[in-house]
Write a protein that binds this ligand. Structure first.
Ligand SMILES: C[S@@+](CC[C@H](N)C(=O)[O-])C[C@H]1O[C@@H](n2cnc3c(N)ncnc32)[C@H](O)[C@@H]1O
Length: 693
């Protein structure tokens, strides 16, 4: 095989077309349906002693020619016996020729040459036709995987010509092709045509493009590339164009579309079922009768050749052949637009224009979940960009429409994501506060963007010295929580915070003043902060607390950089995070707190104390009246109460002299060696106590 030489199917080269193929051609000319066989490899797998052994390797059952040639021949005979006009060799996987060469039949067997497998494939099928007495009636198609994706595969196909010179099939069936690869597809077709045998091409394609066994569409949108390729195949001298190896409901609409590009005979032979780790899973819902009806519908759409691919059994083919015997192919050309026909919709088949809009995913309140009804949030430079913690609280507010009719405060509002959602949920008023003026401005702008500006106010406020002017129905807070080594250089306004919980603790101390009776606070807490301390603070103030939702929050760079301090805090408290391989993940909790008991005298005392703690003169102020950044001068009473118990600056540790930590509701992990021993002047681990202990 040297020069390419295009040979049309009308030419006769060394006795070709054969009489069996000429019969096929006249059937097509007369409008009669040419019936192909069904699955061969899957059928061999059913009847052979080693049934179920079909594996998803590139050979796809071709090795049965070596291991179970009798079973292969029995399958061919059945198809010939039930009246097929074309049967195909069990050689589809031969493009994996290298593997045939590599894998011996048995350790003692001589090496196998793939061309010998090809020869045996032809001989086995030819004998089956003869044994059924249909020598001139059944055309023998040499089946070969048409997904030519490498030079090597193209070379294998070229070399096949040498096999065909000695014992030619009646036609070549290059099947299961996928993408149109300009550099490979057309040269391959040309080289096969040069063998002088009729060539049929079959693609696994539906109206959405390349389509797999499971109905998965794995090619991208291509416009009419395949249609134009069909035209070129016809010009090159290909004998027929078919579709195979895809679920039957993906066939519909394809033939009329192809007919717009080519006058080639068109055919279909889909799968029934799909491959699983347990072997081929046959589609029991499509029996012979149903398959016959499908065949009739393909005929209506212009199919001139009908058969079956993997999972289609002789009984299906027999029924289909009988059903279409007296029919003529339908007009074919698409007249009512793409995707027409009686296509059975599957979960994998997107809608077409002719069909009603699929139902949207919505929540119980009729809000769209896809795309998510998310407020329009612009993140202005320098303002905290929402993270998984923010989204957790947002999701709870959104899903439960929290805030309707309430007066709310959003503490540490950032972009205003939570404020805006509360207002969208119907809050009467939302007051958004943040230490950063830019954040407050950003929140108000986002409120405007979402049409709720008239119900959102904002103020630049430092939580520590803040004196709330009113009590609220609802408090939401998603605040910084980052354990920081006190010896780290301050790099921002954030105070160095050993436990990472200063802001949360201060907020809890403010809650009795911030919440009206019956009010609720939603606070995001990371698992890097101990739960026990939070709970004891809340209980101390007469609050109940429960978790309304939680999610997972991968360590960002800032957390990774504090990994050592985080380990220290986790060792010293019930704080924790999860580790997956190299990745650290914390759990973010959305807690809900409500007042359960608050004796009036305690509430009054708490308010008095809060007033004292937050007197403006206790907060240091810089020129211009803005709070000074850095550790605040005055903190909540409860916080002081716990810390003072061990001395304001002098911390005491819950570690005994031999380095054991007392049990505290869960197994305490020891610091890995080398970390436990880390000591700094003035911060001996033995001088640190867990908060609240
Ligand atoms: C973790 S961000 C959360 C922002 C927003 N709530 C969200 O969920 O996306 C914490 C916010 O609290 C603000 N913040 C930090 N310290 C504060 C303080 N002492 N007083 C008031 N706000 C503070 C920060 O500026 C930041 O915008």
């Amino acid at each position: 095989m040297g020069e390419f030489r295009a040979v049309t199917t009308d030419e006769t080269v060394s006795g070709h077309p054969s009489s069996a193929y000429r019969r096929v051609r006249s059937m097509l000319a007369e409008g009669r349906c040419v019936v192909l066989d069904g699955g061969v490899a899957t059928e061999v797998d059913q009847i052979a002693a080693t049934g179920g052994a079909l594996s998803d390797d590139p050979l796809w059952g071709t090795a049965a020619l070596l291991h179970q040639p009798d079973a292969v021949q029995a399958v061919h005979r059945r198809y010939a016996a039930i009246g097929c006009d074309v049967i195909s060799t069990n050689t589809w996987g031969l493009t994996g020729a290298q593997e045939v060469e590599r894998e011996p039949i048995s350790p003692t067997a001589p090496p196998t040459h793939w061309m010998d497998v090809a020869r045996r494939g032809i001989r086995t099928a030819r004998e089956a036709i003869e044994l059924e007495g249909r020598t001139d009636d059944v055309a023998l198609a040499f089946s070969i995987n048409g997904d030519v994706d490498s030079e090597q595969r193209m070379e294998t196909l070229r070399l096949l010509g040498r096999v065909f010179e000695e014992d030619p099939p009646d036609l070549i069936l290059l099947e299961t092709a996928t993408l149109i690869r300009e550099e490979l597809t057309f040269p391959t077709v040309e080289s096969l045509l040069a063998a002088g045998l009729p060539l049929w091409l079959s693609f696994r394609r539906c109206r959405h493009g390349v389509c797999g066994v499971y109905g998965q569409h794995w090619g991208g949108p291509e416009g009419d590339v395949f249609g134009r390729a069909a035209r070129r195949f016809e010009d090159l001298g290909v004998g027929a164009l078919l579709l195979n190896c895809l679920p039957p409901d993906h066939i519909t609409g394809m033939l009329p579309w192809l007919r717009d590009f080519t006058d080639l005979p068109l055919g279909v032979y889909p799968n029934l079922g799909y491959f699983t780790d347990d072997g081929w899973s046959f589609d029991r819902s499509v029996g012979p009768r149903e398959y016959a009806e499908l065949a009739a519908s393909w005929r209506d759409e212009g199919a001139q050749i009908i058969g079956g691919c993997c999972g289609v059994r002789p009984e299906h083919i027999a029924a289909a052949g009988e059903r279409v015997a007296e029919t003529v192919p339908g007009g074919g050309r698409s007249s009512t637009g793409p995707g027409i026909g009686r296509r059975k919709r599957t979960a994998l088949a997107p809608a077409t224009t002719a069909e009603p809009e699929p139902a949207p995913w919505i929540d119980a309140h009729g809000r769209r979940l896809f795309p998510l009804t998310f407020p329009e949030i612009v993140c202005e430079p320098g303002v905290f960009v929402p993270t998984q913690g923010s989204f957790l609280v947002w999701k709870h507010l959104f899903a439960n429409r929290i805030g309707a009719g309430a007066r709310c405060v959003d503490i540490g509002c950032g972009t205003g994501l939570l404020s805006v959602q509360l207002a969208l949920n119907g809050a009467e008023h939302v007051h958004a506060i943040d230490l950063e003026r830019r954040a407050v401005d950003n929140t108000l702008a986002n409120a405007f963007r979402n049409g709720v500006a008239e119900r959102v106010t904002g103020a630049t406020v430092d939580l520590y010295p803040w004196v709330p002017q009113e009590a609220y129905d609802l408090v939401v807070a998603s605040l910084y929580q980052m354990p920081v080594d006190p010896f780290e250089q301050p790099s921002s306004h954030r105070p160095l915070d050993f436990w990472g919980r200063n802001l949360v603790d201060h907020l809890i101390a403010l809650l009795p003043r911030l919440l009206r009776r019956g009010g609720v606070a939603y606070v995001m807490q990371l698992s890097l902060l101990g739960q026990q301390h939070t709970q004891s603070l809340l209980e101390g103030h007469g609050f109940s607390a429960d978790v309304v939702d939680f999610s997972f929050f991968a360590f960002s760079l800032a957390f990774e950089q504090r990994a050592e301090q985080i380990r220290r805090v986790e060792e010293l408290s019930d704080a924790y995070h999860l580790t997956f391989g190299e990745d650290d993940v914390m759990v973010a909790y959305c807690s809900r707190s409500a007042i359960v008991r608050m004796p009036p005298e305690k509430r009054a005392a708490s308010h008095d104390q809060a007033d004292r703690d937050h007197r403006p003169d206790r907060g240091r102020r810089a020129a211009g009246g803005h709070p000074v950044r850095g550790p605040p001068a005055g903190r909540g009473r409860a916080l002081h109460a716990t810390r003072r118990a061990g001395g304001r600056r002098r911390f005491r540790v819950g570690v005994d002299r031999v380095g054991r930590l007392p049990a505290c509701g869960r197994d305490r992990r020891r610091l890995p060696s080398g970390q436990a021993g880390r000591r700094r002047p003035g911060l001996d681990p033995g001088d640190v106590r867990r908060p609240g202990r």
